[in-house]
Every structure is written in structure tokens, then in C-alpha cells.
Ligand binder design. Structure first.
Ligand SMILES: Cc1cc2nc3c(=O)[nH]c(=O)nc-3n(C[C@H](O)[C@H](O)[C@H](O)COP(=O)(O)O)c2cc1C
Length: 338
């Protein structure tokens, strides 16, 4: 008899039941099941507002506000603007929960006043945020790159998962999305977001086919005028293709995808591409941090072919999604009778 696989899909653990209908409720008012992913030094309040106005969901990474006063101003502007559009709830927050990130408690205190309906935690388990976000009625999704962390997040009480598969911009996972969604769906029926090189309509549809509820899209939106990036970054994205993306732990200590040209411009020593840097998020706003000169992007970068506004990008995705009928015919061709 062969031994049971070491990592069998928790044969002894009853899955925690997911809140019924949560993914549907979060997708109300959206034109596509797209979340504009949070991006350090890139996402602005304007990006989050433009995402909602265009019919998708934007996420503000609280670390992008240099001070707590800036954070309060950012949240006020998002809430005020969206309230005028009758979309007061259509925004979400991203928090770094890594133990080295020291501003966490103060940020959470502010969020208790603004009450985002969704908080997405990154760089650690969701425990630090769960009770307090639940207390004001918010939901917590945990961003994960491994099966172990996916299980732990659900066990801890997360309301949903954001699976970062291979090819993602910034900190990336390494699993194939096929395998990752499939194995997570064996124990989790609740909200599932999939990220990693999803940058066109066909990929959004593929994410849903795999079993995800939402596509998490970062790279496709970096170049929009609503972001905080320089024109040089925008132009570099337009020039870049798959082979211009370099994966390394050298910059932040965590595996991430970067634009080769920006690494070259920063005189990065490519012989160190396999050497891990130090993980430390205690001073990510500091001027010395490499992030400012070394620019992230994912493997879906070739879909950035021009500088387009969020509205233009979303309109194009909606139009392309509606034109996937040819794909339907392709799918309907199978199975064939032999
Ligand atoms: C430059 C850059 C910065 C990022 N910063 C963050 C961040 O601050 N917090 C976070 O949770 N994810 C961050 N991400 C990851 C995105 O939220 C998301 O997982 C990723 O963009 C999805 O893959 P894609 O870029 O291929 O669409 C960043 C991604 C990029 C490209």
C-alpha cells in the first residue's frame, strides 16, 4: 500500500463554511469581476476613485500615505468622491501585516473610523486585522502565495483569499494558477481572488473558469495617468515584454518581479539575481529604499501598449470580454465524439 501524501487535502479537518453570497455581494455594481490591485508607491486615491467610477473595485494601500495625516486625507477624499457617485462602499484597503511594519495599529485605528467594507492583508497572516475589522463590519481577505498560508488564513478566520500565482508584478507567487486555485477550492468555497499576469479580458475569463471569483490586476493599471508613477516608468512599461521581467529576491528579500531596464538603470549587479536581500518593512517610506528607482511589473506587461486612463482600460476590458464569443465556439468544439 502506498503512503498517504504528506500534504493531503486536510482529510481530518472539516472545512470552515464560507459566508454565503459574499462574493456576489462584493461584485454588485461592478461591470467586470476585476479588482485593481494595490501597489506600493503607485496606487493613489485617484486610482481607487477612477476604478470605482469605471465599474471595478480599487484598493488603496495604506502604506502609500506618507503620514497618518496623509492617510486620513486620502481616505476622506475617496469616501467623499465616491459618495457623490452613489458608490460610497466601492473601495477597499490593503494593509501590510508583516511584524516589522510598525504603523499597523495606528492605521487600523483610522480605518475603524472610515470602515472600509474590505481589507486585504499582505505580507503575513490576517490575524492582526481580523477581530478589529470584523468589529466594524468589514471583511478581511488574506493575500497568500502558498497552500500553507492559504489554509492558515482560512483557519484563522479570513473571509476570503487572494491567491498570487506566478508572473505577478511586485511580490509574486510561484505556483501555476491552474494548480493553486484547484487545490484551494478543495477546502474553500468562499470568495477567491486570483492574481498574476492577468492583464486582458481573456485572462479574466480564464480566472473565472479556473474557479476564482475575481481577477486581481496590477500591472495593466500601473501606467494609467491616475497613478503616482513617473512618465519614465510609464514609457518603460509600454516598451516592455515578457522577457523584460526579472524575478529576484535581491531587492526586498521577497521574490518579486521587476522591469529589467530599471534594474539596469540602477546598476543592479545581475550576478546577485539569485541572492536574497533582507526582509525589512520597518522603513519602507524611507528615501533610500530601492523601490523608488527599481520598478515592478508582472509578466502580463505586454498588454500595456499605451498610456491609457483607468476608464479607457476598463472600457477596453469590458468590450473585449463581450467579444469573447469566438472563444465560446472554440470551447464548444469539445468534447467531440470520436
Ligand atoms: C510595483 C508593484 C507594487 C506592488 N505593491 C503592493 C503592495 O503594496 N501591497 C500588495 O498587497 N501588493 C502589491 N503589489 C502586488 C499587487 O497587489 C498584485 O498582487 C499584482 O500586481 C498582481 O499581478 P499583476 O501585476 O501581474 O497584475 C504590487 C505590485 C506591483 C507591480
Amino acid at each position: 500500500m502506498s503512503a498517504a501524501p504528506i500534504n493531503a487535502v486536510r482529510p481530518n479537518a472539516a472545512p470552515r463554511p464560507a459566508e454565503s453570497g459574499l462574493a456576489n455581494r462584493l461584485s454588485e455594481g461592478l461591470r467586470l469581476p476585476v479588482i485593481v490591485a494595490p501597489m506600493f508607491l503607485i496606487s493613489s486615491p485617484e486610482l481607487v476613485i477612477a476604478a470605482a467610477s469605471s465599474g471595478v473595485l480599487g484598493v488603496y494601500p495604506v502604506a502609500n500615505a506618507r503620514t497618518l495625516a496623509d492617510l486620513e486625507t486620502a481616505l476622506q477624499s475617496i469616501v467623499a468622491k465616491l459618495a457623490t457617485q452613489g458608490r460610497a462602499d466601492q473601495w477597499a484597503i490593503n494593509m501590510i501585516v508583516h511584524p516589522t511594519y510598525t504603523r499597523f495599529d495606528a492605521e487600523l485605528e483610522l480605518l475603524e473610523r472610515f470602515r472600509p467594507r474590505l481589507v486585504i492583508t499582505a505580507l503575513g497572516g490576517p490575524q492582526r486585522a481580523l477581530d478589529r475589522v470584523h468589529a466594524f463590519g468589514g471583511k478581511v481577505f488574506s493575500d497568500v502565495i502558498s497552500m500553507t498560508h492559504a489554509r492558515k488564513a482560512i483557519d484563522a478566520g479570513a473571509d476570503g483569499l487572494v491567491l498570487i500565482a506566478s508572473g505577478a508584478g511586485g511580490h509574486t507567487g510561484s505556483y501555476s494558477p491552474f494548480a493553486f486555485v484547484d487545490e484551494v477550492r478543495r477546502f474553500w468555497s468562499g470568495p477567491l481572488v486570483l492574481g498574476g499576469a492577468i492583464s486582458n479580458a481573456r485572462s479574466i475569463r480564464a480566472a473565472l473558469t479556473l474557479g476564482a471569483d475575481f481577477a486581481y490586476m496590477g500591472t495593466r493599471f500601473i501606467g494609467a495617468p491616475e497613478t503616482l508613477v513617473s512618465d519614465g516608468y510609464r514609457e518603460m512599461l509600454v516598451r516592455a515584454g515578457l522577457e523584460d521581467i526579472v524575478m529576484t529576491k535581491a531587492i526586498t528579500g521577497v521574490t518579486a518581479n521587476w522591469l529589467r531596464e530599471s534594474l539596469e538603470a540602477a546598476n543592479f549587479d545581475f550576478s546577485k539575481v539569485d541572492v536574497a536581500g533582507k526582509v525589512d518593512f520597518s522603513d519602507i517610506m524611507g528615501d533610500a529604499k530601492a523601490w523608488k528607482r527599481i520598478w515592478g511589473a508582472g509578466q502580463g506587461v505586454s498588454n500595456v501598449t499605451a498610456v491609457e486612463s483607468v476608464q479607457q482600460i476598463v472600457d477596453a476590458l469590458v468590450r473585449d470580454y463581450a467579444q469573447l464569443d469566438a472563444l465560446d465556439a472554440h470551447l464548444a468544439a469539445w468534447p467531440r465524439t470520436a
